[in-house]
Design a protein around this ligand. Structure first.
Ligand code: SF4
Length: 121
């Protein structure tokens, strides 16, 4: 069973990108970067923001996820980086490198792919 934790941009999540619903819809439909789970059991267990610019608290927040979920016997097996972070974060290299180095599980860039290609066309 794969357990998915999404990490996204604090400036965007549930504010610019309302309800983080596109990530959840994509997961439920196994679309976008979640297509890889089409034929495997997978659950979404968390949507975590980076902690805010410049992303210095991301590892502490991952540790908090671990502590918070330990009594539930739930831990992520994959981390997905949301497009709010992957496509727009000016600290992308620092934030994602830290996650890759410290998480100890696979880090996958991407979640949904529902961004409109053009604003007015
Ligand atoms: S560090 Fe990057 S992902 Fe986090 S709030 Fe700032 S711009 Fe968004």
């Amino acid at each position: 069973m794969e357990k998915i934790l999404i990490v996204g941009c604090k400036n965007t999540m549930d504010d610019v990108c309302i309800g983080c619903s596109r990530c959840m819809v994509a997961f439920n439909r196994r679309e976008g970067a979640f297509e890889r789970y089409k034929d495997v059991d997978a659950e979404l267990i968390g949507i975590l923001n980076c902690g805010g610019c410049p992303g210095v608290s991301i590892i502490t927040r991952l540790i908090q996820v671990k502590l918070w979920n330990t009594p539930l016997n739930e831990q992520p097996t994959k981390i997905h980086i949301g497009p709010c972070l992957a496509d727009h974060c000016q600290y992308y290299d620092d934030v994602v490198t830290k996650i890759q180095v410290k998480a100890g599980i696979e880090v996958v860039e991407g979640t949904h792919s529902y961004m409109p290609p053009k604003v007015f066309a």
